[in-house]
Design a protein. Sequence first.
Length: 173
Amino acid sequence: MTIDTKERYGKITRSFHWIMALLIGWQLLKFGDRIAEGEHWIGETLVPWHISIGVLLFVLIALRIIWALTQRHNRPVQDPKTAILVKGGHFLLYAAMLLMPLTGAMVMLGNGYGLTAFGVQLAAKGDEIPWVAAVGSLHSPLAWLLLIMVVGHIGMALLHHFIKRDGVMQRMV
């Protein structure tokens, strides 16, 4: 089943979810730069891909939002007692996922570094743009917020699976 149904998310939705979960997990390894100034295997091997993976995530997030909008009438039914919380939580996750690469690009462009992803120059080095850099400075606080939301999202999935045993997690697995 490719499309979503009232009982389960389809292959496309699940693929977006798990590929992005893996890539966001990879991105969160950037926090490892705070340990020994990034002088370790993670900091030297995985973190250098941070900008490229961020650009890839931006594209995937845009596609995922478009896909979610096309599937909005097919999505699994939410418990009416908690639907507003579920929708609000997912909205905040999507907003944070979208703002992370945008503010990351603003850091690079605002500080005049340009933007290169996977070896392709997307924007040339240029003059510093203080207001763009200032908005980009929200990137790090947003990363902490996203980390908290991801942990909460995982926690809620585990709560539904192990405590409530209501099959909610099975919709995405």
